[in-house]
Design a protein around this ligand. Structure first.
Ligand code: ZN
Length: 361
């Protein structure tokens, strides 16, 4: 099982094993293009059903949970039955250079999810040519989100989130969007009681440079999946399982191709809560500084060094009004003797042995 960070070589090894298990071709046979730095981008075709589904993951290199969920799906016993009426085209990592370096952007520092129209990057061109040639009936756009998202009131974190993107500025409820909403509604209905926190809904403000918006504008139902964070799931193992379940529900919903009752679908979709950027990783309350009592917002910065993913606690704000909660909340009124043990470095790294705030991996 791949852990949260893996090198591209580790990924290729794992993919090779999967291909053997699935009776598929070799790695070189499924190369569909190269990244900026010359790494292979792979496309796997599975199933012969009549509904064509295009899935891509890790277009943002530092979002690996959905790629791991795909691997889990490949290995699951129910995988073949999910494919009864489906032909799948899966690009497990669209941004290999970003995945290696654990960056959102590609090697040219471009966010591939803002390159849908300009197509300046080879990775964007690969995705577009697969979209044009394969002509999918559905698209699943797989991502991970930072630890900052929660319910609007800040009471609960958003462990997973979804979006049925708009296809135009008017946010028209097209047949394509209704189908996307229906998939999201099914996931929400079946997993809402299983998440720690909420299932969130992204804003549907239209941006044609975003890949999902572009594909919806072409009348192809597209669903944005976002693996989020809850509690101390920094390995993202829990959310990987939820993404695996979400994918299974999505494939099942697509196969059933239920009749759409427009107003019911829209109402159910709109009942999924919006999110706010209300969370930080650690919120330290009642810190006694020379300028008085303070609330410290601490966020882990993720860095890969020599193949290891480190979480570095950084002070990102003091008394911030937009920060409503933390995945961990420490009230120093409860531990007054630890106040002096909390060190804020010049580079804003923060540490306290007593409070267990340190770099970890
Ligand atoms: Zn993303």
């Amino acid at each position: 099982m791949l852990s949260r960070y893996y090198s591209y070589l580790q990924f290729e090894d794992a993919l090779k094993t999967i291909l053997e298990t699935l009776g598929q071709k070799s790695l070189s046979d499924i190369e569909i293009g190269k990244s900026v730095n010359g790494r292979s981008v792979y496309g796997i075709k599975l199933g012969t059903g009549k509904i064509k589904v295009l899935v891509w993951s890790q277009m943002h290199g530092n979002e690996s949970s959905t790629t791991r969920a795909l691997f889990k799906l490949f290995k699951s016993d129910s995988f073949n039955s999910l494919l009864k009426n489906i032909s799948l085209y899966i690009i497990p990592i669209l941004n290999p250079d970003g995945s290696e370096k654990w960056t959102r952007v590609n090697a040219n520092n471009v966010d591939l999810n803002r390159d849908a129209i300009d197509l300046t990057q080879p990775e964007s061109q690969i995705l577009r040519s697969v979209f044009d040639d394969f002509a999918p009936d559905y698209c699943l756009n797989l991502h991970g989100q930072r630890t900052i998202f929660g319910s609007l009131d800040g009471d609960q974190p958003a462990q997973i989130s979804f979006l049925a993107p708009a296809g135009d500025l008017e946010k028209t409820i097209s047949q394509a969007r209704l189908k996307s909403m229906q998939i999201i509604n099914a996931i929400h209905g079946q997993l809402n009681n299983r998440v720690s926190g909420i299932i969130g809904r992204y804003s549907d403000d239209f941006n044609i440079n975003c890949v999902g918006d572009y594909m919806t504008s072409k009348q192809v139902p597209t669903v944005l999946f976002e693996a989020g964070h809850s509690g101390d799931d920094y390995s993202r193992d829990q959310v990987t399982d939820l993404m695996y379940e979400s994918l299974k529900i999505a494939f099942k919903t697509i196969q059933d191709s239920l009749v759409v009752n427009e107003s019911n679908v829209v109402d159910a979709y709109n009942s999924i809560p919006h999110m706010s950027k209300a969370y930080v990783d650690v919120l330290v309350k009642n810190y006694r500084s020379v300028s008085g009592l303070q609330t410290l917002s601490v966020q882990y910065h993720e860095q890969v060094k020599e193949g290891v993913l480190y979480f570095v606690p950084i002070l990102i704000g003091i008394n911030r009004e937009d920060v409503l909660n933390g995945h961990r909340v420490i009230d120093l009124n409860d531990f007054p003797h630890y106040n002096d043990d909390l060190i804020i470095e010049g580079n804003l790294e923060i540490r306290s042995k007593s409070l267990d705030i340190e770099i970890f991996y």
